[in-house]
Design a protein around this ligand. Structure first.
Ligand SMILES: Cc1cc2nc3c(=O)[nH]c(=O)nc-3n(C[C@H](O)[C@H](O)[C@H](O)COP(=O)(O)OP(=O)(O)OC[C@H]3O[C@@H](n4cnc5c(N)ncnc54)[C@H](O)[C@@H]3O)c2cc1C
Length: 430
């Protein structure tokens, strides 16, 4: 496929959707709508300002409008706002008393990113440990895919995911547990469905979230019952299965344990190594922006080289393998456009093969970009370098100082970093 260039999106969402629909027939997208969640750093900052951190610990497990979660997931995942910015604002709002639960959840994200950096793309398809209960290997059935199981706690959350690109954390846990433990579907198929639709769809947080539910990255499987759904949502009030006594969650499901565990994957197994050049004095002639760090300050090269032109390429190979929804691409398109409109060097957006666009379409000899653990990123970088172009990788800003390889359980790592995460930073609070 020949690369296609898109004009930068404006604030007019009708025009933005039209620009995507105009090229949709040639592209591997699913769906025809934008998400009601607009992309862009401005929206991320607006949400961060509006977020009531004081209610978070008490209400974060609720599913639905009463939940006090931040709704920042997609803005953090795509580098529109950073974890450090979230921490600073949350600390300031709590008058300097660390809002521990919220900061711990931010740290989960950092932890999963570090596990990904250590183990690479294996986390997306390989069990990191042997399961502690018997797992199935079925494909994903259509009633789950389209939210027609007849169970309100499944269907309402799956339909919200399909319509908006968001699902509450507690609902992700219920849906994943149902798919894996009740329906005996391989966790990888469920994870793929989430990656297709979630605006915050992330190889690390998603795959490791699924492995945690499955018990291939935890001590036990995550299971729930109807009482749990009733306590944290009002789904059961609209559910015929709950009313007529056919709810499959009336009691905890009984799954045979597996007694023989094989050795877990070694945690220090690094998939890719990359030379990080943070103090390179040669000025690049092109900045390659990808979906992990779209805007300043997460994007270290947009920060370092405000006058150098930038490019973003929606990778058709990746989009096809993940069957990415138009909602997800629309979110990226709006977010990158906003970043490029602010970038003095300007920016262009393409859809196509990144190696082709970077090597042949744009006249450049030295590209600067930001490092990420994604295997596809390294494939593209190697392809571009193979065509005689230098690629330098800069480190994105870090949430906590590097403390070497992470252990295989979050709580062990939390003990190591909690002081850094919770330390008051008077300079930032003023
Ligand atoms: C099966 C499953 C799949 C998931 N897939 C993803 C995914 O693809 N991308 C993703 O960002 N998160 C994923 N999560 C984690 C979590 O559900 C989302 O980060 C959260 O729901 C985003 O909504 P929020 O911003 O309102 O969260 P809040 O509760 O307000 O949390 C604030 C931020 O902390 C981070 N965070 C919170 N909980 C977690 C967690 N358990 N793991 C990692 N980071 C966390 C996120 O960056 C989140 O935006 C998954 C969880 C499960 C159980």
């Amino acid at each position: 496929m020949q690369p296609i260039e898109l004009p930068l999106a404006t604030a007019d969402r009708v025009e933005t959707l039209q620009a995507l629909l105009d090229v949709r027939s040639t592209l591997p997208f699913t769906g025809y709508e934008l998400s009601p969640w607009p992309g862009g750093r401005t929206e991320g900052l607006r949400r961060l300002t509006a977020f009531d951190v004081s209610a978070y610990a008490r209400t974060r497990n609720l599913v639905g409008d009463a939940s006090g979660v931040s709704l920042l997931g997609p803005y953090i995942r795509h580098g529109l706002i950073t974890l450090s910015e979230c921490r600073t604002v949350a600390m300031r709002k709590s008058g300097g008393n660390p809002p521990v639960k919220f900061l711990q959840e931010l740290t989960w994200r950092e932890y999963y990113q570090r596990v990904y950096a250590q183990l690479g793309d294996a986390i997306m398809h390989t069990n990191l440990e042997s399961p502690k209960v018997e797992l199935g290997n079925r494909p994903l059935p259509d009633d789950i895919r389209f939210g027609t199981t007849g169970l309100a706690c499944m269907d309402e959350n799956i339909n919200e995911l399909r319509e908006t690109g968001y699902m509450y954390n507690h609902a992700r846990m219920w849906v994943a547990s149902y798919i894996i433990h009740h329906r005996k579907v391989a966790w990888q198929h469920g994870a793929q469905m989430f990656l297709q639709h979630l605006l915050d769809g992330d190889p690390a947080s998603n795959s490791l979230g699924w492995q945690w539910i499955a018990s291939t990255y935890s001590h036990k499987p995550y299971l729930f019952d109807q009482g749990n759904v009733q306590r944290f949502s009002d789904h059961c009030s609209r559910c015929s299965a709950a009313r007529n006594g056919s709810c499959p969650f009336r009691e905890y499901i009984d799954i045979p344990p597996v007694r023989e565990y094989s050795k877990p994957l070694p945690m220090a197994q690094k998939s890719q190594s990359v030379a990080i050049v943070d103090d390179d004095e040669r000025v690049p002639d092109l900045l390659w922006v990808h979906g992990d760090h779209i805007d300043i300050p997460a994007n270290a090269v947009l920060t370092a080289y405000p006058n150098i032109p930038a490019v973003f390429i929606l990778d058709t190979t990746l989009a096809a393998s993940r069957k990415i929804s138009l909602k997800r691409f629309g979110f990226l398109y709006e977010s990158v456009s906003e970043a490029f409109q602010r970038h003095a060097g300007g920016g262009r957006i393409f859809i196509g093969d990144p190696v082709d666009v970077l090597s042949s379409l744009l006249d450049c000899k030295h590209i600067a970009t930001t490092d990420t653990p994604a295997g596809r990123f390294h494939e593209i970088r190697n392809g571009v370098e193979g065509n005689g172009i230098t690629v330098t990788c800069h480190t994105p800003p870090s949430f906590v100082p590097d403390s070497g390889p992470v252990p295989n359980r979050f709580m062990k790592w939390w003990k190591m970093v909690e002081d850094d995460v919770l330390t008051l930073q008077p300079r930032l609070l003023s």
